[in-house]
Design a protein around this ligand. Structure first.
Ligand code: SF4
Ligand code: FES
Length: 324
C-alpha cells in the first residue's frame, strides 16, 4: 500500500493506482473531472487533459515537484506523493483552458441536443467555462454520416475521447468504426459507409461523454430531466439485464446502463454491467422489465434536479468551493 495526499486528504491505496482512482477512492470534491478515461475500458484516458493535477511532491524518496501538470488518469501514485487538484490555481487555470479548447469546435446546441442534462462537457463548462468565446474562426464541421438505424453520429460534437472505439474493440467481435485522418480533420467514422451493428455496440451511446453518439430510438422524444429514471432488470440471455429505464408515466422512453456518479456503467456481479442492444433498443415494453424503484441520481449534473439526489447543482453554484 502507498500513502498519497490529495488536496490535504491523506489516503492509502494499492500500488499501481492512478491519482484519479486514488481521488475517487477518497471521494468528495477532490476528484478531478475525466472526459476520456473510463474504468471499464482498457487503454482509455490520456486524451482530453481535463483531469490535469499538480504534483507538489513526487514521492517520499524524491519529494521534488513535477514541473508540468500531470494527467491524473495516467499517472500512478508513489508513496509520499502530494497532489493538488482543486487547491491549485495552476490546475484551475489549466482546466479552464482545456474547457475553452474543447469548446472551440463543439457546437453550442445544448437546447436541441439529446445529451443535454447528462453531458460531461456541459457539466465541465458549467464549472469551468465562461459565457463568451475568443474563437472567431469558423468551427470545424463534418458532413453527416449514417451509421445505422439505432445510433446517431453527430460528428461535430465529438471531442475525440476514443471511448466508443474502445467499446467496439473490447465489447464486440467486429469493429467497423474508428478514427480516420489526423489533426483537426480526425473523425469517428466507418471507412466505407457501414452500420454499427453487433450485440453490444449500443454501449457507445452510454460511454460518449457528449452528444456525438445518441440513441435514434429516443431522439427528440423528451428532455432527460422530464423522465423518471427507474432501476429495472430482466432475464436476458445476452447481458446481465441490469439497466435504468427512463419513464414518462407508464411508458419507457429509453433504456440505458446504470451509471454511477462518474458517469460510468456500474459493476454488478464482478463485471461492468454493459447492456445488450436488445435490452437497449428493443425492450421498451414495461411488462418485460421488473421495475425495482426510483434510481438515485447522485451525479453532479442538471439531471439531478427534481430527481432523487442529494447533490443539487444549483446549491453547488451558490457554494464556490463545490465548483472546483
Ligand atoms: S463519438 Fe463520443 S465516444 Fe466517440 S470519440 Fe467522439 S466523443 Fe468520444
Ligand atoms: S480523463 Fe485524463 S486525460 Fe482525459
Amino acid at each position: 500500500m502507498v500513502k498519497v495526499t490529495i488536496d490535504g486528504v491523506e489516503i492509502e491505496v494499492e500500488e499501481g493506482t492512478t491519482i484519479l482512482n486514488a481521488a475517487r477512492q477518497a471521494g468528495g470534491d477532490i476528484v478531478p473531472p475525466a472526459m476520456c478515461y473510463y474504468t471499464g475500458l482498457e487503454g482509455s484516458g490520456g486524451k482530453c487533459r481535463s483531469c490535469l493535477v499538480e504534483v507538489a511532491a513526487g514521492s517520499e524518496r524524491d519529494p521534488r515537484p513535477m514541473p508540468k501538470l500531470m494527467a491524473s488518469c495516467r499517472t500512478e501514485v508513489q508513496h509520499g506523493m502530494v497532489v493538488k487538484n482543486k487547491t491549485s490555481e495552476r490546475v484551475i487555470d489549466a482546466r479552464e483552458g482545456v474547457t475553452e479548447f474543447l469548446l472551440i469546435n463543439h457546437p453550442l446546441d445544448c437546447p436541441i441536443c439529446d445529451q443535454a442534462g447528462e453531458c460531461d462537457l456541459q457539466d465541465l463548462s458549467f464549472k469551468h467555462g465562461v459565457e463568451w468565446s475568443r474563437f472567431e474562426e469558423e468551427k470545424r464541421t463534418f458532413a453527416p454520416r449514417d451509421i445505422g438505424d439505432k445510433i446517431k453520429l453527430h460528428m461535430n460534437r465529438c471531442i475525440m475521447c476514443y471511448r466508443c472505439v474502445f467499446v467496439a474493440q473490447q465489447l464486440t467481435n467486429k469493429r467497423v468504426h474508428g478514427v480516420l485522418n489526423r489533426g483537426d480533420r480526425s473523425e469517428i467514422s466507418t471507412y466505407i459507409e457501414q452500420a454499427l451493428d453487433s450485440d453490444f455496440i449500443g454501449n457507445v451511446i452510454d460511454v460518449c461523454p457528449v452528444g456525438a453518439l445518441t440513441d435514434k430510438t429516443f431522439r427528440f422524444k423528451s428532455r432527460v430531466w422530464f423522465l423518471k429514471p427507474m432501476n429495472a432488470h430482466r432475464d436476458c440471455p445476452t447481458c446481465q439485464g441490469i439497466a435504468t429505464v427512463w419513464m414518462f408515466g407508464n411508458e419507457i422512453y429509453r433504456v440505458t446502463g446504470r451509471k454511477d456518479k462518474y458517469s460510468e456503467i456500474e459493476r454488478h456481479n464482478g463485471k461492468t454491467a454493459w447492456i445488450c442492444d436488445t435490452c437497449r433498443f428493443e425492450t421498451k415494453d414495461v411488462a418485460k422489465w421488473v421495475i425495482e424503484g426510483p434510481r438515485i441520481i447522485n451525479r453532479y449534473s442538471v439531471i439531478s434536479t427534481n430527481h432523487y439526489t442529494n447533490e443539487n447543482p444549483l446549491d453547488a453554484k451558490k457554494d464556490p468551493k463545490k465548483l472546483q
